[in-house]
Design a protein around this ligand. Structure first.
Ligand SMILES: *Cc1c(COP(=O)(O)O)cnc(C)c1O
Length: 385
C-alpha cells in the first residue's frame, strides 16, 4: 500500500466541515460522553429527516447495524438470506454470525445491483430476508424486489452504506425496506471515522432494537422514566456510539448539502470529461437509470478486461493517483465458500465485473487541480496498447 503523502491525489481524504471540533468540545465539557446524549439525539433527528424514515438509531458501525437486523429477525441455523455476492463482507457476516446461510445472487450488468430477475429462483422455504445493496448509491429495482418479498413473506433490508442522498422513483434510498443500515466510516459521504445507523421504516422493530443496542437491557426506557429499574431482557451487545462521535457526526449531517455539492462536482466532472476517452477505448461509465438519482458516493470505470484494469491502476499510480478495484466476490472468498451458498444461476457477472472495475479518487475536499490531474492521468492511458 502506498502511503498517501507520496501521492498527488489519494483515494480518499476525510472531509471536515469546520464544526466538528467545536461540537466535540461541547460534548466533552457539557455532559456525559456516553451514548444517547444531546448530540446523539441531534444526529438521529437529522438522519431521519434526511432519509425520510420515522426512526433511526446511531450505531458503532454499519456492520453492527447489519448484525442487529439479523437479531431483530431472529435468524438462526437453517434460515437463508438472499444477498448479492458483489458487496462488502459485513452484508453477509451479520447473518453468518447468527448461523444463517447467505445465498449469493448475481448482479445486473448495468447498475451492478442485485439482479431482481434472479431472486425468485433462489427463494426456498427457508428464505427469510432479501438484503439489497444500492451499489454506488444507484437504487436497486426496489418495486420488483418488494413484490417478490410480498409473494413469499420475506423481509427486505437495505444496506444503504452507499446510498445516503440517493433516490429511487422519487423515494429516498433507506426509506423503502423494513430497515436500512447506514455507514459513517471515513470513506463514506458523511463520516465520523467509524460509525453507522439503523433506520426503521417498519416501526415494529424499533423498540426491541433499542434494547439490543444497549447490551440487551431496557436502559433506554429506564432513562425515559418508563420503567423503575433496568434489566437484562434480550440478547444484545454494545452498539451505542459515544456522544463525542455523535457530535462529530452532527457537524457532518448539518453540512450534508455542502458535502454533496462538492462530491457531485467531482462525479459530474469525471463523467462528462471522460466520456469521449471511454467511448474510444471500450471503457464503460456508470449506468444511472432516469428514474433514480445517485448521491456521488463513488465513481467507477469498467475496463475491457483484468489486464487492462491492472495496468491502468499502475499507470494512475505512476501519475500519483491512487485508484482501487472493488469487491472481490464473496462467493469465491474463503468464508463465503465455507458459510454461504450460490443461487441457482451462479454469479458470472459478479466475477466479470470484479476483474474489470476501477474506482477513481472521490472526496469532498478535491480541488479542481486534483480533478484535472486525475482526468489527465486517465486520458493518457490506452487500454489496448
Ligand atoms: C462500508 C460498507 C459497509 C461497512 O460499513 P462500516 O460502517 O465500516 O461497518 C457495509 N456494507 C457496504 C455496502 C459498505 O460499503
Amino acid at each position: 500500500m502506498t502511503s498517501t503523502n507520496q501521492l498527488a491525489v489519494p483515494f480518499n481524504k476525510g472531509f471536515l466541515t469546520g464544526d466538528e471540533t467545536g461540537y466535540m468540545h461541547q460534548a466533552m465539557t457539557g455532559g456525559p460522553m456516553t451514548g444517547d446524549g444531546p448530540f446523539t439525539k441531534r444526529a438521529s433527528a437529522l438522519l431521519t429527516e434526511l432519509v425520510g424514515a420515522p426512526h433511526a438509531l446511531l450505531t458503532t458501525s454499519c456492520t453492527h447495524a447489519l448484525d442487529m437486523t439479523a437479531m431483530l429477525l431472529d435468524l438462526g441455523p437453517g434460515d437463508e438470506v438472499i444477498l448479492p455476492s458483489f458487496t462488502f463482507c459485513s452484508t453477509a457476516n451479520a447473518y453468518v454470525l447468527r448461523g444463517a446461510v447467505p445465498v449469493f445472487v448475481d448482479i445486473r450488468p448495468d447498475t451492478l445491483n442485485l439482479d431482481e430477475r434472479q431472486v425468485e429462483a433462489a427463494v426456498t422455504d427457508r428464505t427469510k430476508a432479501i438484503v439489497v445493496v444500492h451499489y454506488a448509491g444507484v437504487g436497486v429495482e426496489m418495486d420488483a424486489i418488494n413484490a417478490i418479498a410480498e409473494r413469499h413473506g420475506l423481509v427486505v433490508i437495505e444496506d444503504n452504506a452507499h446510498g445516503l442522498g440517493g433516490t429511487y422513483r422519487g423515494r429516498n434510498l433507506g426509506s423503502i425496506g423494513a430497515m436500512a443500515t447506514q455507514s459513517f466510516h471515513e470513506t463514506k459521504n458523511v463520516q465520523c471515522g467509524e460509525g453507522g445507523a439503523l433506520v426503521f421504516n417498519d416501526p415494529r422493530y424499533f423498540e426491541r432494537a433499542e434494547i439490543i443496542r444497549e447490551k440487551g437491557t431496557n436502559r433506554g426506557q429506564f432513562f425515559r422514566g418508563m420503567v423503575d429499574k433496568y434489566r437484562w431482557i434480550d440478547i444484545g451487545s454494545s452498539y451505542l456510539p459515544s456522544d463525542l462521535l455523535a457530535a462529530f457526526l452532527t457537524a457532518q449531517l448539518e453540512h450534508f448539502a455542502d458535502i454533496q455539492r462538492r462530491r457531485h462536482h467531482v462525479w459530474s466532472s469525471y463523467d462528462a470529461r471522460l466520456a469521449a476517452w471511454a467511448a474510444e477505448h471500450g471503457v464503460v461509465r456508470p449506468t444511472v437509470p432516469a428514474d433514480r438519482e445517485q448521491p456521488a458516493h463513488l465513481y467507477y470505470l469498467l475496463l475491457p478486461d483484468l489486464d487492462s484494469r491492472q495496468s491502468m491502476l499502475k499507470h494512475l499510480l505512476g501519475h500519483g493517483v491512487l485508484g482501487t478495484f472493488h469487491y472481490q466476490p464473496l462467493h469465491l472468498a474463503p468464508a463465503g465458500e465455507k458459510f454461504g451458498r450460490v443461487g441457482p444461476e451462479g454469479c458470472p457477472v459478479t466475477e466479470d465485473v470484479a476483474d474489470r472495475l476501477l474506482r477513481l479518487p472521490l472526496y469532498a475536499g478535491m480541488t479542481d487541480d486534483d480533478i484535472d490531474l486525475v482526468i489527465n492521468a486517465v486520458e493518457t492511458f490506452r487500454p489496448r496498447e
